[in-house]
Write a protein that binds this ligand. Structure first.
Ligand code: ATP
Length: 219
């Protein structure tokens, strides 16, 4: 059965196609839109509906029934004006949640100001994730929550194995909170402070970057 939330993805570059494809594979209804007929044709078998339209044109957006979608992803890249104008029109039409891709921080600020609920910087975000993973082989993923705060998925350092969360002292020593422990198929959330860390555990932690960095440096 199809899941209920409906998504529209605008702009079928590498980022947009990847988002649309993933949502579709997860069982959601996805409408994909691009101004370029060739891109539309190429993508036609991949998602629920693919339509050729210029999303900077209000009438075209109206005709697509855009206001009925729960989430819109604006993945137009190079043409910043088209990206901003599309976001503005979606906002005015009352789309509930808008995610927009920004090229740089000024562009991101502008998108926030006109009402994007979430701004993503795919190249910047991925660069950071790769860098954290290169610094420490324990780091499986890193997500920046704010410039100074991160969420990290990290293989439990050997030094912690056999210790409880209290004994490992993550909060007092690193100012880090463990929000979940992944153990095989099991996810302990929230983990008990007296939970013993075992070999192979993956810790999901939130903290300031300096604490995270010190944790990443542990073997
Ligand atoms: P990526 O890095 O994700 O590959 P990009 O940053 O190179 O993308 P572009 O290729 O510039 O981004 O834009 C993504 C898509 O957005 C293109 O397929 C383009 O045709 C489409 N697009 C651009 N302007 C509009 C518009 N006004 N309406 C709809 N689609 C548009």
């Amino acid at each position: 059965m199809k899941k209920e939330k409906q998504f529209v993805v605008i702009g079928l570059g590498r980022f947009g196609t990847s988002v649309a494809r993933s949502l579709h594979r997860s069982g959601y209804q996805v409408l994909a839109v691009d101004i370029n007929e060739e891109r539309v044709q190429k993508f036609s078998d991949e998602v629920t509906h693919v339509v050729q339209a210029d999303t900077t044109d209000e009438a075209s957006l109206e005709a697509l029934g855009i206001r009925n979608f729960d989430v819109a992803v604006v993945a137009i890249g190079e043409d910043i004006q088209a990206n901003v104008l599309t976001t503005l029109l979606l906002k005015e039409m009352g789309v509930r949640y808008i995610v927009a891709k920004a090229r740089n921080s000024l562009h991101g600020k502008m998108l926030k100001k006109i009402g994007a609920d979430r701004v993503v910087y795919p190249e910047y975000d991925m660069g950071q994730r790769v860098a954290h993973n290169l610094v420490s082989t324990n780091v499986l993923d890193y997500i920046e929550l704010s410039p100074n705060l991160g969420l990290v998925e990290i293989a439990a350092p050997r030094a912690f194995v056999g210790q409880t969360l209290i004994e490992a002292g993550l909060r007092p020593k690193y100012a880090i909170n463990v929000v979940a422990i992944k153990r095989g198929e099991q996810i302990l959330v929230p983990p008990s402070p007296t939970e013993k860390i075992t070999a192979g555990d993956v810790l999901i932690v939130v903290g300031q970057n300096d604490g995270i960095q010190r944790l990443e440096e542990l073997e």
